[in-house]
Design a binder for this molecule. Structure first.
Ligand code: ATP
Ligand code: MG
Length: 346
């Protein structure tokens, strides 16, 4: 449904988005995930038509909506796409229903159709009771629901979200995640959702593009990002807690504990927190650490220690005693090995 073909965007001489190619099917929930400044919003704005690519092609289904080579771009209003930002920007002088009705007026729908669609959208977001209030008279979470109702009322085929939940408190965010997924399924539209929160990405996405410095590091399902990270960057970014990336030199952990499975590599070996064991005393394969923190988590305990300035985290049984002197037992093999550039080699 959405296809990006070698999409690029430069501002002056700065490359904000570089050579991004991916395709998601109709009804997909694509998450653009990555740290601040990696180009997520720029891609979303190009999808909306608010920014024009300097390279590449964007298609919605069979329709080309932007083609930098031909200097072609379809105006935002004709893309059948709805957009919600982090700051939801409701019009303060219009009631809730007035806000939701506005895009329908712009689309020249008749009064009956408008009324039906406003009612449907408010109902779907659970804010029908607030129809006659003004934005200043409802909470932030309610405002965000209204903004989403306003987005879906014209029944767009593409839903674009830019960090829509980041202004909400933790509990409300979790609730709204579920709500958004429900709305997405009910509309059958294809969603593109920008976030730097990997938990949001992992819980909502059918497809994730992990971005770094304007490029896509890995485009995959949430499950495969965890099981099979394509780069050290992805391995560090994904997972709760993320995997340990341990320096490896010439086939030795920390350059001092040789391990045949590292096959002479230099760079980083990945050890998942659940594969790292605690030990009591030094012995072969065991390394001493300085305890940094102990964090209880549902049914388990995270123990983090420092080895040569490197944080290592192990998932442990919350009932097992903590060793008096913290040691980690390194496994016999790494789950993945990355070279010094961070590329996956094994
Ligand atoms: N209008 C602009 N003019 C010049 N540079 C821009 C413009 N918009 C974005 N950039 C730059 O492009 C890069 C990508 O910006 P973008 O807003 O897409 O990042 P982002 O991933 O959305 O970050 P954040 O998570 O902080 O919102 C940044 O380096 C940014 O400074
Ligand atoms: Mg952004």
């Amino acid at each position: 449904m959405i296809t990006l073909n070698q999409l690029g965007k430069t501002f002056g001489t700065a490359m904000a988005v570089e050579d991004v190619s991916l395709t998601v099917p109709e009804g997909a929930f694509l998450v653009l995930l990555g740290p601040s400044g990696c180009g997520k919003t720029t891609i979303l704005r190009m999808l909306a038509g608010l920014e024009h690519p300097t390279q590449g092609i964007i298609r919605f289904g069979d329709t080309v909506v932007a083609d930098a080579g031909r200097g072609f771009t379809l105006e935002p209003g004709r893309r059948n796409a709805g957009l919600v930002f982090q700051s939801y920007a409701l019009w303060p002088h219009m009631t809730v229903s007035g806000n939701v009705e506005w895009p329908l007026r712009v689309a020249n729908l008749n009064r009956e159709e408008r009324r039906a669609r406003v009612a449907e959208a408010l109902e779907m977001l659970g804010v029908a009771k607030l129809a006659n209030r003004y934005p200043g008279e409802i909470s932030g979470g309610q405002q965000q629901r209204v903004a989403i109702a306003r987005m879906i009322a014209p029944r767009p085929r593409v839903l674009l979200f830019d960090e829509p939940l980041s202004n909400l408190d933790a509990t409300l965010r979790v609730e709204m995640r579920t709500e958004l997924l429900r709305v997405h399924r009910a509309t059958g539209a294809t969603a593109v959702y920008v976030t730097h929160d990997q938990i949001e990405a992992m819980t909502m996405a059918t497809h994730v593009a992990v971005m770094n410095g304007g490029k896509v590091e890995q485009f995959d399902t949430p499950q495969r990002l965890l099981s099979d990270p394509a780069s050290a960057f992805v391995a560090r970014f994904i997972g709760t807690p993320p995997a340990n990336l341990i320096p490896v030199q010439d086939g030795s952990w920390f350059g001092m504990m040789p391990c045949a499975a590292l096959r002479g590599a230099s760079g980083h070996g990945m050890i998942r927190a659940e594969d790292l064991m605690l030990a009591n005393a030094p012995e072969p394969g065991v390394i001493a650490a300085n305890l940094v923190e102990v964090v209880p988590m549902a049914g388990r305990r995270l123990v983090t220690g420092l080895v040569q300035g490197q944080r290592l985290t192990a998932v442990t049984d919350p009932h097992s005693p903590l060793p008096a002197d913290l040691h980690f037992r390194l496994p016999l093999a790494a789950a993945a090995i990355f070279d010094v550039q961070g590329r996956r080699v094994i």
